[in-house]
Design a protein around this ligand. Structure first.
Ligand SMILES: NC(=O)c1ccc[n+]([C@@H]2O[C@H](COP(=O)([O-])OP(=O)(O)OC[C@H]3O[C@@H](n4cnc5c(N)ncnc54)[C@H](OP(=O)(O)O)[C@@H]3O)[C@@H](O)[C@H]2O)c1
Length: 261
């Protein structure tokens, strides 16, 4: 018999994970979300905590905004079996605060990213010491459905993974948006610019992943002396603006994660 899992909150990130989690042979998913229009086939949608009355779950996953956890999560504690496992994907929300709502059950903090929905996510995972080897294995198997998983040894490392891999997806979309917007100056329409930019970025990332060459060498392979790329790169790299802006971006995101703890 499959183990029963409850997903609390099925918005952008919870929904992306669920797209893949419903493929699990180990877990069957129920979902509580007041506004989700639908859930993938195989999952069961409920609108309120009260609607779960009479049910118990082996696994509860919290996918609410961090600011909503203290208000809404306590009403779900009664639905976790005594030997159950708690998982949270809330960015920056510390394990000890979470466990306080659930009588200190074994807890995993998981930091996924949006490409999980197509099986190409990157997940950071941190477990409290009382999480069993079996639960670790079950969650690793579940997360393998969504992409690559990395277990880390502290919540601080998890917050740093968050900046790079979870927020990183947002930073990437912003950079791609900027490329597409600037392509207007080269007389491309938005649809064509989007297709060209995203295909070039995705191909470049795949090439780099498959290559043994470092990123500077790959960049140099595109850059002929006094050529077209070099002319652009001289602007992009002038006065170290790009490096310092990237550093400041990461520092601001990490500082916010620390603040949310
Ligand atoms: N988005 C990402 O890329 C990403 C990446 C990594 C981690 N995360 C983390 O994932 C969590 C969710 O983020 P998100 O972007 O998916 O937010 P979201 O789209 O707002 O999803 C949260 C969902 O939970 C629903 N909800 C509100 N109150 C509820 C309750 N009492 N019971 C059940 N469901 C309730 C919300 O409904 P309403 O809209 O009506 O409030 C919404 O549908 C956050 O903690 C975030 O830090 C997000």
């Amino acid at each position: 018999m499959r183990r029963q899992a409850l997903l609390i909150g099925c918005g952008k990130m919870g929904g992306a994970l669920l797209e893949r989690w419903v493929l699990s042979e180990r877990y069957e998913f129920s979902v509580v979300d007041p506004v989700a229009e639908s859930v993938p086939e195989g999952a069961h949608l409920f609108r309120t905590a009260e609607a779960l009355r009479g049910q118990k779950f082996d696994l509860i996953i919290i996918a609410l905004k961090p600011q909503m956890i203290d208000q809404f999560v306590p009403e779900y504690a009664e639905y976790l079996v005594p030997s159950g496992l708690l998982v949270s994907i809330a960015a920056g929300y510390a394990v000890e605060r979470l466990r306080a709502h659930f009588a200190s059950v074994p807890t995993i903090r998981l930091m996924p990213n949006l490409p999980a929905s197509i099986g190409r996510g990157v997940n950071g995972l941190f477990a409290t010491p009382d999480v069993s080897a079996k639960d670790r294995k079950d969650i690793t198997d579940l997360m393998d459905l969504t992409g690559l998983s990395i277990w880390v040894e502290s919540e601080d490392v998890l917050d740093r993974v968050t900046v790079l891999a979870s927020c990183g997806v947002g930073f990437f979309f912003e950079i791609a948006r900027s490329f597409v917007a600037a392509a207007g100056a080269l007389d491309f329409g938005p649809d064509q610019a989007r297709e060209l930019v995203l295909t070039a970025f995705s191909g470049a990332a795949d090439l780099a992943i498959r290559s043994d060459l470092d990123l500077a060498t790959l960049r140099n392979n595109v850059t002929s002396k006094n050529g077209v790329t070099q002319a652009g790169l001289e602007q992009l790299r002038q006065d170290g603006i790009l490096d310092s802006l990237t550093l400041q971006t990461f520092q601001a995101a990490y500082a916010r994660a620390v603040e949310l703890r």
